[in-house]
Design a protein around this ligand. Structure first.
Ligand SMILES: *Cc1c(COP(=O)(O)O)cnc(C)c1O
Length: 448
């Protein structure tokens, strides 16, 4: 069957995520028949370079042989068993290895990022009840934060397009300024912006600390904000303030964990440890849905009691799925055996050089990079920039999805230098085309 037939059937029967479906009257849905490495292939044989690791999950591209093999092997013994009251080899090994990597010895599983956020929020809230401080019920999140779209997670997400419709459903939280380095005024460094944001947070904690359970942050890079990056000193300050005001620090590393920012976990660049660590997206290399919340012993102990209701009774049917855990173990094996962090460091330096012609374009603002993430903002009056750029790149065989007027690259770690050359030159061409064109209307943020 052709692309056209699949996209028509999808348009009729599938309600696609994060999408105004009517947009697809004009912009075709892209049916994918197969994928290999960094390439997606449609039903007509056209290839697309996956420049965003399929929403930031396919760390090692598609169909990585080691992960595939691990899932196949696991299939022969155990695909799934409920995790309440039962256990299995992959979930035990994964929990031990994540504990060794993070220093957080207790692993609680979910199936997607938003459920990890929910788990961390509920655990923090419940901890304070269990230790006799039930007035600590509020959460602080940062401006332009994104922590998922279930009702609890949406309350700590600051993307009005996603949340304002549901305002009456959401428990209002407190919001602190973002340490986004783009806010630097002339003469200021990224660290100055970070320290300024930390001072505002301190005022908030000084005033409301007694009612605050936790501060939740995306360490180093606020992804959905358009890859807003900040100096690690913000996290160092945040840790100090959380200790001082007895507030939990929740690190949402759903997007930035697993080496994306250059260290295995982003918070490690600040020399700190969070109280809760949320992981998902890259955890299985894009093979299966899985998320995990790690926490430390003192928090775990506050739930450990003869009273059932003091326990953390949260659950999901697929919690700790054996196939997903096996895929995650294979991801950790690849990190160990191939020294991925060091290889990425060398690669990222090269990629940044290759992107120089793009970075030096006059319409580009705030070209930025951290680890295997690159982003820049485009100075254009086109209100439909994101959609136009997405389409122009798709025509050139590349998958890039700008967020508003921020274009970003979040490629699989397996991207080769010649592929990056090609991606960078396609980006320049697409920019020429889009900037020469006229806006056809539409809002800048809502991409199909
Ligand atoms: C994607 C993401 C989430 C939500 O994860 P889902 O699996 O989409 O529910 C939460 N936090 C951050 C930082 C994310 O990037």
């Amino acid at each position: 069957m052709s692309n056209q037939a699949w996209l028509e059937r999808s348009f009729a029967a599938v309600w696609h995520p994060c999408t105004q479906m009517k947009r697809h009257e004009r912009l075709p849905i892209v049916p994918i028949a197969s994928a290999d490495g960094v390439w997606l292939t449609d039903f007509d044989g056209k290839r697309y370079l996956d420049g965003v690791s399929s929403w930031w999950v396919n760390l090692f591209g598609h169909g990585h042989p080691r992960i595939k093999q691990a899932v196949r092997k696991q299939l022969d013994s155990l695909e799934h068993v409920m995790l309440a009251g039962f256990t299995h080899r992959p979930v035990v090994e994964l929990s031990e290895r994540l504990a060794a990597l993070s220093g957080l010895g207790h692993a609680f599983y979910g199936s997607d990022g938003a459920s990890a956020t929910e788990i961390a929020l509920k655990m923090s809230f419940h901890y304070w009840k269990n230790v006799g401080r039930p007035q600590k019920t509020r959460f602080v999140s940062l401006e332009n934060s994104y922590h998922g779209e279930t009702v609890g997670a949406l309350a700590v997400t600051d993307v009005p397009l996603f949340s304002s419709t549901y305002a009456e459903l959401l428990k209002p939280g407190l919001r602190a300024p973002s340490p986004d380095a783009r806010q630097a005024v002339p003469g200021e460094r990224a660290a100055d912006v970070a320290l300024r944001a930390a001072r505002s947070l301190e005022n908030l904690l000084a005033k409301h600390g007694g009612e605050i359970a936790a501060v939740i942050v995306e360490p180093l890079v606020q992804g959905a904000a358009g890859m807003a990056m900040h100096d690690p000193i913000y996290l160092t300050e945040l840790r100090r303030l959380c200790d001082q005001y007895q507030v939990h620090l929740i690190a949402d590393e759903i997007a930035v964990g697993f080496g994306r920012t250059g260290s295995f976990f982003a918070y490690q660049q600040a020399g700190i440890t969070p109280d809760f660590l949320c992981l998902s997206k890259g955890i299985t290399g894009g093979f299966l849905p899985l998320s995990c919340v790690l926490t430390r012993d003192e928090i775990y102990q506050a739930f450990y009691h003869d009273d059932v209701a003091r326990g953390f009774l949260h659950s999901h049917s697929y919690t700790g799925n054996a196939l997903a855990c096996a895929a995650a173990l294979a991801v950790l094996d690849i990190f160990d055996d191939e020294d991925v962090l060091e290889a990425n460091r060398v690669k990222a330096e090269g990629f940044t050089r290759q992107m120089r012609p793009l970075a030096e374009r006059p319409e580009i603002r705030h070209f930025r990079q951290r680890g295997m993430i690159w982003a820049f903002d485009v100075d254009t009056a086109r209100s439909d920039f994101a959609l136009a750029y997405f389409s122009a790149m798709l025509n050139r065989g590349c998958l890039l999805r700008p967020i508003g007027k921020s274009v970003y690259f979040m490629p699989p770690y397996t991207l080769k230098s010649e592929e990056m050359d090609w991606l960078a030159s396609a980006s320049v061409d697409a920019l020429d085309e889009v900037l020469a064109g006229e806006s056809v209307g539409g809002d800048p943020t809502a991409l199909p």
